[in-house]
Design a protein around this ligand. Structure first.
Ligand SMILES: *Cc1c(COP(=O)(O)O)cnc(C)c1O
Length: 376
């Protein structure tokens, strides 16, 4: 889907917030530790290339993505730092990764065996250990010994890193985290601790558990200024939400008492009411469950009334306002602020899913050093 640039609905990304969130985390790390910015899924919907560049400018030493296409997008944008693919890359494409200096993840022993046969050029690999996420990675000692055998013998593989992913680092309950740490220590006993990168920290681990046994933080949600725990744990420093979702009133009218609004006629006015129409709907990621959510207009709250349509939705206003009045769905509007988290809670999900769900129809506009960047 192409972005709709002639429509006033847009996502504004403040790259100064991204930089702040990177710098604050780097300050807490000792000098031997690095931060890789996780910009998978188009930078959690914020734009991968722009957020990657901002993170690198602020001191991140590399980037993580989820697949080979995302890594190549960064290379094509002339981003030269280390790029680690955290997810699965079919071994048939190993040469493409190698030629583009993209580091790939070994997801299991079978994959390593295939790469061992197919490989023609030097490639850096990080070995994934599944310590209790149950997703990808080596689990058994037998598999690990098989992997070690290949890694010791194959000169084209640079065994650059070993890592695991914690499934419950965003919680007060640390029992599963402790089990995962124990298992990872056992894996390190097999492979040794000599590789360049040993990493276990996503945002939540970095914020609340220190970069345990780890010299690299994989920094995702907090990069964008969101709290990976939702509201369960308080961030040790201020996370600044980089994303604003805004639009404008494109139509306004006063309805008399007893009139209906939207598909299904689910909303009925209870008196004379000013109803504004916004050019944004579920095809933009503003899903139907946002019915009733309060957006911000002229520093005041205005509820979405009636069902959210594909391309439009309606809000109730306290007074007549001109067409063109700015409406903030997430972000600051005068004294008020709508967090992405508040939207996530309203629709029953996590902040990650809200920003990833904003579709390509919304143009991404960037702010940097306090003003809008025109050529990004
Ligand atoms: C997405 C991802 C991260 C980043 O997680 P956040 O919670 O967004 O910081 C880190 N590591 C792996 C393996 C991931 O898939």
């Amino acid at each position: 889907m192409i972005p709709s640039n002639y429509r006033p609905s847009r996502v504004v990304i403040d790259l100064d917030c991204v930089k702040h969130n990177v710098r604050e985390e780097i300050k807490r790390l000792d000098e031997s530790k690095e931060l890789f910015a996780v910009v998978k899924a188009n930078g959690y919907g914020h734009g991968a290339v722009e957020t990657a560049q901002a993170a690198l400018d602020a001191g991140a030493s590399g980037l993580c993505v989820s697949n080979l296409d995302e890594a190549l997008e960064l290379r094509q944008a002339n981003i030269n730092g280390p790029i680690l693919v955290l997810g699965y890359v079919n071994s048939a494409y190993i040469e493409i990764a190698a030629k583009n200096q993209i580091t790939v993840t070994a997801t299991n022993l079978e994959w390593l065996k295939e790469v061992n046969e197919r490989i023609q050029s030097p490639i850096s690999i990080h070995l994934k250990i599944d310590t209790g996420m149950g997703r990808i990675g080596l689990r058994t000692e037998e598999e690990m010994l098989g992997a070690k055998n290949i890694l010791d013998k194959q000169p084209l593989i640079d065994f650059e890193g070993i890592f695991t992913h914690f499934s419950k680092a965003d919680s007060k309950d640390e029992s599963h985290l402790n089990l995962q740490q124990e298992r990872f220590s056992k894996a390190l006993d097999i492979f040794g601790r000599e590789m360049k990168y040993i990493h276990t920290s996503n945002s939540a681990t970095a914020l609340w558990h220190g970069a345990w046994e780890s010299n690299l933080v994989r920094y995702g949600d907090a990069l964008y200024g969101m709290n990976p725990s939702g509201n369960e744990l308080e961030s040790p420093f201020e996370l600044k939400q980089a994303l604003t979702l805004e639009t404008e009133i494109i139509h306004i009218k006063q309805l008399e008492k007893g009139e209906k609004v939207g598909y299904g006629a689910t909303y009925e006015t209870s008196g004379n009411e000013w109803i504004g129409t916004l050019p944004i709907g579920y095809a933009d990621g503003l899903i139907r469950r946002y019915q009733g959510f309060e957006v911000l207009v002229s520093g005041k709250k205005a509820p979405i009334v009636g069902r959210v349509c594909m391309d439009q939705c309606m809000i109730r206003l306290e007074e007549e306002l001109p067409v063109g009045t700015k409406v903030t769905i997430f972000g600051h509007n005068q004294e008020r602020f709508n967090s992405v988290q508040s939207g996530a809670e309203y629709v029953g999900t996590i902040n990650y899913e809200v920003t990833c769900g904003l579709t390509d129809r919304l143009p991404r506009v960037y702010r940097e050093n306090g003003s809008e960047v025109l050529d990004k």
